[in-house]
Design a binder for this molecule. Structure first.
Ligand code: MN
Length: 168
């Protein structure tokens, strides 16, 4: 090996070590734009919904993280989570409904815990969009069981009688 080639190899090795060191000593950063936004499927949602996946469950956490953006009137189908789900409302005004017929109005900063196997739906209000972060727990690799849609009639009825903590 020539001295020039040797020094090139050493510099390359040192650079690789520095990069490795930075990764090992710090954090793994996933930058905005590393994952494309996904249009919510009709097998999961009614209306216009965008999903921005942040992270899946892994060996360090049983919880996946997704931003979900609901345009006005958009909502999930009825569904259950085998290990529950936490929702953090990031912006707008939304609705969370359960199979007992109760529907609650939620706004930015509100937090919702949905226990395992409770049939429910969530989405925007008829006139206002809503964004939430969904932290969805995983059990045996499953995070959700989708059921039937919240029909337009059902949605209008539930939205009209939703419990709003802010009286207007
Ligand atoms: Mn849910």
């Amino acid at each position: 090996m020539t001295p020039t080639l040797l020094s090139f190899c050493l510099i390359t090795f040192a650079a690789a070590l520095a990069a490795e060191g930075a990764q090992a000593a710090g954090h793994t950063i996933q930058h905005a734009g590393d994952k494309p936004s996904v249009v919510g499927s009709a097998t999961m949602f009614t209306g216009k919904v965008r999903q921005d996946s942040v992270a899946r469950a892994d060996e360090f956490s049983t919880s996946g993280i997704t931003y979900v953006t609901f345009e006005p009137g958009a909502r999930t189908l009825w569904h259950t989570h085998p290990a529950g789900q936490r929702l953090l409302i990031v912006s707008g005004k939304g609705l969370v409904g359960t199979a007992d017929g109760r529907t609650d109005v939620v706004r930015a900063g509100d937090y919702v815990w949905g226990p395992p196997d409770v049939s429910h739906w969530h989405g925007a209000t008829p006139d206002t969009a809503m964004v939430h972060i969904a932290l969805t727990n995983s059990k045996n690799g499953k995070t959700v069981h989708w059921q039937k849609p919240v029909t337009d009639e059902e949605y209008a009825e539930l939205a009209a009688k939703a419990v709003d903590p802010i009286k207007k």
